[in-house]
Design a protein around this ligand. Structure first.
Ligand code: NAD
Length: 257
């Protein structure tokens, strides 16, 4: 098994990418601390992991709050003895996120508090735990929009993912000699709740699909497999990357029709 004897903490594990990753990591031998602000959803993920014969526990946390992030890391260490892998994956895409003229300060602040400060706080408390464990792997969820601009505006979200990408790169450099690797996972457009809530008409879906060389949305599971590689020792020389799992969207200028 690829994550034997490892302890992984996953934020936003109540849905989408986080849930699929929790199930996959546990299948590969990791003990998983499932973290989400939504208690019912998080507990459902734990039940799914256990139904597959895996090991998991739930901790309720809002990643935009320092005390919650300190608590989730402590819970992982207390429950499973250490922390080897941290997947800072929780994020939101607000329905009122728009262009510079129409995005309110409240939407901007909420998006940055969860998507950027949440990753910072995860690292703030996760890195000392990884030092205690003798090293580890941090995966921070950015997005393809950290690299490409879209005419369908989500300014706060896009800027927040750019911040996650640059923060991950610098953390990778700072901690490289302590055996702590940091990579930014950059998913392309996925068929999950988060994006489908936003692309809520067939026309909007087609407008996005036209840019994806593979001609389809990705599945959360396909991101989970990328995260598995970054979490495992197979990626021992991989740090500071923008790890694209995006159906080719960032490589495309004109796509086949
Ligand atoms: P999702 O909405 O299915 O799941 C997100 C989870 O995060 C939910 O369970 C939610 O309860 C939790 N969450 C939200 N705010 C939280 C908070 N403050 N504290 C703790 N948990 C919180 O979304 P998803 O599609 O699985 O997205 C996961 C990550 O991937 C996000 O960071 C998202 O920005 C990123 N991403 C998604 C796509 C896509 O197309 N779906 C593309 C690129 C990047």
């Amino acid at each position: 098994m690829r994550l034997n004897n490892k302890v992984a903490l996953i934020t936003g594990a109540g849905s989408g990418i986080g849930r699929e990753t929790a199930v996959l990591f546990a299948q590969e031998g990791a003990a998983v601390m499932v973290v989400d602000v939504n208690e019912a959803a998080g507990n459902e993920t734990v039940a799914l992991v256990k139904a597959n014969g895996g090991q998991a526990a739930f901790y309720k946390a809002d990643v935009s709050k320092a005390a919650d992030c300190e608590g989730m890391v402590a819970a992982a260490e207390q429950t499973f003895g250490k922390l080897n892998v941290m997947f800072n994956n929780a994020g939101i895409s607000h329905k009122d996120d728009d262009d510079a003229i129409n995005t309110t300060e409240d939407v901007w602040d909420l998006t940055f508090n969860i998507n950027v400060k949440g990753v910072f706080l995860g690292c703030k408390y996760g890195i000392p735990a990884m030092r205690r464990a003798g090293g580890g792997s941090i995966i921070n969820t950015a997005s393809f929009v950290a690299l490409l601009g879209a005419a369908t505006p989500q300014l706060a979200y896009t800027a927040s993912k750019g911040a996650v990408l640059s923060m991950s790169r610098e953390l990778a450099v700072i901690h490289a000699r302590e055996g702590i690797r940091v990579n930014a996972m950059c998913p392309g457009p996925l068929f999950t709740e988060l994006l489908m809530k936003y692309l809520n008409t067939e026309e909007k879906k087609q407008r996005r699909l036209v840019h994806i060389p593979m001609g389809r949305f990705g599945q959360a599971k396909e991101i989970a497999y990328g995260a598995l590689y970054l979490a495992s020792d197979e990626s021992s020389f991989v740090t500071g990357t923008e790890f694209m799992v995006d159906g080719g969207i960032t490589a495309a200028y004109v796509t086949p029709v």
